[in-house]
Ligand binder design. Structure first.
Ligand SMILES: Nc1ncnc2c1ncn2[C@@H]1O[C@H](COP(=O)(O)OP(=O)(O)O)[C@@H](O)[C@H]1O
Ligand SMILES: [Mg+2]
Length: 348
């Protein structure tokens, strides 16, 4: 198994479901899914004659760093089910025969473990590598054959009622072969966090630092709360004015309105277009400074987050952006609008 990816035993998995903030709807779906997985044997016996046995497949799509892998891993831990994360491009070989063999091997091996163990999670990361023309290795006809062979092994697992959950994750949903897309029962969309969620994610990392007995300047929380209240107020007023709800990322509407009112310059504005993973990286960078200062200050935190930058600004692949084009516009606009952060909380 190790040849194709990384195996995680539940007891070795560090993250908990609660560590991934927000995403409540997806958590509910995944919770149902994992519950069904633990009872799959009885379920599929019961449903055998009906041909209604649910296929244990989930496709997670959306920009990198938004929690697709870690949330799945956290559920594996919660339900005590081992998991293997396969880097799909490692299955793809210049020889079509080898690609097909690799795909079959990894699924059959996982199916054996699932049977022995009562359940197993096989997670194809960057699943678009299978059957994508971006690899440029194969001719279109060969790509189709690799896809067909992939679909066949999945079908076989389902047909036999094996308690193997197959996950696929992709940042390039538009490049994913449509037959693969359709074969997955659940499609869960991950996205860049909005200001509310960014606040929650930042606070959770700050809390972790405090739990490690490292000082965190209370001013950071104050800044966050003040900035949040200001954005929220403008947001609510704008929605009342427009008579509908709007997303933070819709055509700069909200941020233009905020700018009209006040030139705020805080952490939430800085992190437009940041993924949870970007915020985590910024926090790690900050810790290098904290080793010298002994305390995490607002300025250190701000500058470290600024240094790592946000994924939405950096990626300009068409497929990632088509769903977040407006977000990128907003993020780019504010990323280039850099003025030094203030030590005092913004006035509200
Ligand atoms: N919603 C979130 N809440 C808290 N942390 C997050 C969130 N989204 C991403 N992260 C952080 O980013 C890290 C990387 O996310 P990951 O699951 O690898 O993203 P993906 O698989 O979508 O590329 C996570 O381990 C977590 O620390
Ligand atoms: Mg991932």
């Amino acid at each position: 198994m190790g040849k194709y990816g990384t195996v995680y035993l539940p007891e070795d998995i560090k993250e908990n479901v609660e560590d991934i903030k927000g995403n409540e709807f997806k958590k509910e779906r995944l919770n149902d899914f994992f519950k069904a997985l633990t009872k799959y044997k009885e379920l599929s016996e019961q449903l055998k004659k009906t041909k209604l046995s649910p296929s244990l497949t989930v496709l997670l799509f959306g920009p990198p760093g938004t929690g697709k892998t870690s949330l799945t891993r956290a559920f594996s831990k919660k339900y005590n089910i081992p998991m293997c994360v396969v880097e799909s491009d490692r299955l793809v070989s210049p020889l079509l025969g080898d690609t097909i063999k690799n795909i079959r091997n990894v699924v059959e091996l996982s199916a054996d473990i699932a049977k022995e163990n009562n359940s197993f999670v096989l997670f194809f990361d960057e699943i678009d590598a299978i059957g994508s023309e971006r690899s440029n290795i194969h001719e279109v006809g060969e790509i189709k054959r690799a896809v067909i062979s992939f679909l066949q092994v999945i079908d076989k697992v389902n047909y036999e009622g094996i308690p193997l959950a197959i996950f696929g994750a992709t940042n390039h949903q538009h490049q994913l072969d449509s037959a693969i897309w359709r074969r997955f029962t659940f499609h869960l969309h991950f996205d860049f966090p909005n200001y509310e969620l960014r606040k929650e994610i930042m606070e959770s990392f700050l809390e972790k630092i405090e739990n490690a007995n490292i000082g965190v300047d209370k001013g950071i929380y104050e800044h966050l709360n003040n900035e949040y209240s200001l954005i929220k107020e403008v947001h609510e007023n704008l929605e009342t004015k427009l008579g509908r709800s709007i997303s933070e990322f819709e055509n700069n509407l909200l941020w233009n309105e905020i700018e009209k009112k006040q030139d705020i310059n805080g952490l939430l504005k800085l992190t437009i277009g940041y993924s949870g993973s970007d915020i985590e990286r910024g926090t790690r960078v900050a810790l290098f400074k904290v080793i010298q200062t002994g305390i995490l200050t607002y300025n250190i935190f701000y500058q470290s987050l600024e240094l790592v930058g946000g994924t939405a600004v950096h990626v300009d692949r068409q497929d990632v952006l088509s769903s977040t084009r407006s977000l990128k516009r907003t993020a780019t606009k504010y990323a280039s609008n850099k003025t030094p952060p203030r030590e005092t909380p913004p006035e509200v």
